[in-house]
Ligand binder design. Structure first.
Ligand code: 5GP
Length: 198
């Protein structure tokens, strides 16, 4: 028998990557997951985009200059990185992910499609989950309702969203975000994570 079945002991089997189009509700699902399963370690990404009102450095993202972002890539300190929506770069600092996996914790990354593909190359045993909207119309409604993007930025994001939705078959699982609580239940079950009941 060839050794193609991922071992359950593989550290990468504890790694979950979530992707999904703009405004599908990834942030809300992650907040719910953080509340219900605080033992899951959620990676903080680096980005060259400016903080939105209320976003904190080191909490929501590490907000970096393009120069600093380049330095980290050159030093091999990005597990993956991508230019997202054609405007800003986002990446996952490598060291904390490796540290948490080695410590035996479930690790969670929220990445765009390009980032998910890079992690799949590097860590094929990880679990890849796509968060889908109930419908295209609902996705547009959520993006417009959020009101944080200019009309041009919105168009750019919708164009990326079309490409991302077309790649759904590349993922191991699809979770439809029709209801935050239900979708989070499904995600935690896929991850094999038990909720902490306080
Ligand atoms: P936003 O600007 O709305 O916070 O994020 C835009 C997109 O960047 C999100 O859809 C998210 O999937 C993606 N993203 C966030 N962090 C990372 C990362 O570390 N790597 C990659 N490849 N994409 C990311």
């Amino acid at each position: 028998m060839t050794d193609v079945v991922p071992s359950l002991d593989s550290p990468h089997a504890r790694l979950t990557v979530l992707s999904g189009p703009t405004a599908v509700g990834k942030g809300t699902i992650m907040a719910e997951m953080r509340r219900r399963a605080p033992d899951v370690w959620i990676s903080v990404s680096a980005t060259t985009r400016a903080p939105r009102p209320g976003e904190l450095d080191g909490v929501h993202y590490y907000f970096l200059t393009p120069e600093r972002f380049d330095e980290l890539i050159r030093a091999g300190q990005m597990l993956e990185w991508a230019l997202v929506h054609g405007s800003n770069r986002y990446g996952t600092p490598r060291e904390p992910v490796e540290r948490e996996l080695a410590a035996g914790r479930p690790v969670f990354l929220e990445l765009d499609l390009q980032g998910a593909r890079q992690v799949r190359e590097a860590m094929p045993d990880a679990r890849f989950v796509f968060l889908a909207p109930p419908s295209w119309e609902e996705l547009v409604r959520r993006l417009v309702g959020r009101g944080t993007e200019t009309p041009e930025e919105r168009e750019r994001r919708l164009s990326t969203a079309r490409e991302e939705l077309a790649a759904v078959d590349e993922f191991d699982h699809v979770v439809v975000n029709d209801d935050v609580e239900r979708a989070t239940d499904e995600l935690l079950t896929l991850m094999g994570v038990t909720e902490r009941v306080d």
